[in-house]
Design a binder for this molecule. Structure first.
Ligand code: GDP
Ligand code: MG
Length: 616
């Protein structure tokens, strides 16, 4: 190998510097795109848009040096990612192409094969008619003659549907274009013919709708050779950004006209011809456009990168959270499947046990059954307290009332035991309904929590969920009725009127000691005596009910009910086949699969990104 001359060395250094900066930057986004993260994140890109026949394909052709499908009607029917990679081109193959869509990758050895390959791919994605598709085709070209650039070619905006085009073709195309150009990450390259009134072009209208100041819109004027005489000045003013202002401004290029194509004018010869026609003042010619676009793209990628990293991290967090919520899928092996079922059931039963023992982990979305139940118990206690603190004045009033309305043949002053019994019973009657309400409230609390616990544990498994929930209503009714019966008989028992003698005497003497302040002259001694008795007995009976009713409620609605559910749950093991119980809802399985794929994509993208950032 001979040592290179100094000018050649300089050129190599320049190109090395260029390679170091430009290529990795564009490669980064290309590789992110080929990982499929375009589905999850918006990647920096240059999208080419234009009205039909504005010269879009011609510009792309001139940039890429290869003939793309062209013709009348809608030729571009899918977004086409055109990846241009400049190669050193000093050794081996000069030109290299490949086409990728869906899971296909076709390698292309000769530029002349491209047109047919693209048309084939479009037919595969968008059908044989003239419909469009949002699925992308990627055309990669490696050559010494192309700029380092990636562009996305979009269908041209058609005004009216013709032939076998769908009726709403214009809207379909517009919404595909909008999807790309409304992203902040997209630079829009708007191709506009010089020989028409720029203000009337649909493409420019669309671009300025999503980017009014034109900070990410670059105008490309085509067909300068077709400008009518006398209109040249208007074109110059447009290029100088004096007509419709865009922050990024305009460039003007001349491509092959129909006559050039008919004459089989080679693309490189066309560039020569362009030079003759246009001034190279920095705003014209294809080579300068190529240079400008590469610079724009690299600048844009560099600017977008931090935000992209941030968004990637957010998406990753969200995806892994969603995935965790769905849980891991069911193992395939039968043995493992049955172990998995046992584990699932045990986890749910453990959660039941915690509800029973007031150990629920509130952090895990538990409902604090015990706390809520205790609240209901204290409400019950308050109702009872209201009875016992009833002032003796009121009790005396009740005794007097009773005597007045119910007195039989006895002479005044004879207050008998029956009066006492009657009044106690009225008070007990008043307590029965609140006691049953307490039972109903607790039933609701426990039932809701059981339902929730089962849903939480088995939500991915339709069958298991149904099997586990199946008995809970029945058990609930059974234990509710048991408790109801016990409460009713408790009240019946209370009406026997009983207290152990010593306990009763001590309450009675306490009552008598306490009340000294009332006006004895207004109350007969027997009424007063009765009030003492009533007050003492109500204290005793309320005390008993304050313990007894909650005990019954807790025993049946919590302990018995939950235990029974636990047994039923264990009985599921072995009763039904694990495979059947664990058959997942198909939408859940699909969702998990999608999430896993996204997770994989994003993780890979994260690796690519952080590698790039650290090597930069
Ligand atoms: P597209 O529908 O936007 O892709 O437009 P094409 O690239 O297919 O161009 C439409 C027609 O305009 C074709 O016949 C091209 O040859 C022609 N054309 C494109 N650029 C120029 C140009 O700079 N000068 C002339 N005279 N014709 C051009
Ligand atoms: Mg075209």
């Amino acid at each position: 190998m001979s040592s290179p001359g100094s000018s050649q060395r300089k050129a190599t250094e320049l190109s090395q510097h260029y390679e170091e900066k430009v290529r990795p930057c564009i490669d980064l986004v290309d590789s992110l795109r080929s990982l499929g993260v375009e589905k999850d994140l918006n990647l920096p890109a240059i999208a080419v848009i234009g009205d039909q026949s504005s010269g879009k394909s011609s510009v792309l052709e001139a940039l890429s040096g290869v003939a793309l499908p062209r013709g009348a009607g809608i030729v571009t029917r899918c977004p086409l990612v055109l990846k241009l990679k400049k190669t050193a081109g000093t050794m081996g193959k000069l030109w290299n192409g490949s086409l990728t869509y869906k899971n296909y990758k076709i390698s292309i050895d000769n530029p002349s094969e491209i047109e047919a390959a693209v048309l084939n791919a479009q037919t595969a994605l968008a059908g044989g008619g003239e419909g469009i598709s949002h699925e992308m085709i990627t055309l990669e070209i490696q050559s010494p003659d192309v700029p380092d650039l990636t562009l996305i070619d979009l269908p041209g905006i058609a005004r009216v549907a013709t032939g076998n085009q769908p009726i709403d073709i214009e809207n379909q195309i517009k919404s595909l274009i909008e999807k790309f150009i409304q992203r902040q990450e997209t630079i829009s390259l708007v191709v506009v013919p010089s020989n028409i009134d720029i203000a009337t072009t649909e493409a420019l209208k669309m671009a300025s709708k999503v980017d009014p100041s034109g900070k990410r819109t670059l105008g490309i004027l085509t067909k300068p050779d077709l400008v009518d005489r006398g209109m040249e000045n208007m074109v110059v003013r447009t290029v100088n950004n004096e007509v419709i202002r865009l922050k990024k401004g305009y460039m003007i290029v001349k491509c092959r006209g129909q006559q050039d194509i008919n004459d089989k004018l080679e693309l490189d010869k066309a560039l020569e011809k362009e030079k003759e026609c246009l001034l190279e003042d920095g705003k014209a010619t294809i080579p300068l456009l190529a240079e400008r676009l590469t610079k724009e793209l690299v600048k844009h990628i560099t600017k977008t990168l931090p935000q992209l990293q941030k968004e990637l991290q957010m998406k990753l967090d969200k995806t892994s959270e969603d995935l965790r919520a769905l849980g891991e899928g069911v193992p395939l092996d039968e043995n493992e499947k049955s172990n998995f079922l046992i584990m699932k059931i045990r986890q749910c039963n453990d959660a039941f046990e915690k509800i029973k023992n007031a150990e629920e982990d509130v952090a895990k979305g538990a409902t604090k059954v015990f706390t809520k139940m205790k609240e209901k118990f204290s409400e019950w206690k308050e109702i009872l307290d209201l009875k016992t603190v009833k002032s003796e004045d009121i009790l005396r009033e009740e005794v007097r009332d009773y005597i007045r309305t119910q007195r039989g043949k006895e002479l005044p002053g004879f207050v008998n035991y029956r009066t006492f019994e009657k009044i106690v019973k009225t008070h007990l009657d008043e307590l029965e309904e609140p006691a049953l309400n307490l039972l109903r409230d607790v039933k609701e609390i426990v039932h809701r929590s059981m339902n929730l616990t089962i849903s939480l544990h088995f939500k991915a498994f339709d069958q298991l969920l149904r099997a586990a929930k199946d008995p809970i209503e029945d058990f609930l009714d059974i234990h509710f009725e048991e408790a109801e019966k016990k409460i009713c008989s408790q009240f019946k028992m209370e009406k026997i009127i009983y207290s152990e003698d010593k306990i009763y005497s001590s309450h009675l003497s306490n009552a008598k000691l306490k009340v000294i302040s009332f006006n004895k002259t207004q109350t007969s001694a027997d009424v007063q005596e009765m009030a003492y008795h009533l007050s003492s007995y109500l204290k005793i009976t309320c005390h008993r009910l304050a313990n007894q009713i909650p005990l019954i409620v807790q025993y049946h609605m919590l302990n018995q009910y939950i235990s029974e559910n636990q047994n039923a749950m264990l009985a599921l093991i072995g009763k039904k086949s694990p495979g059947m119980l664990l058959s997942e809802d198909s939408s859940i399985a699909r969702e998990r699969k999608e999430l896993k794929e996204r997770m994989e994509r994003l993780k890979n993208a994260g690796k690519v990104l952080s590698k790039f950032v650290h090597s930069a």
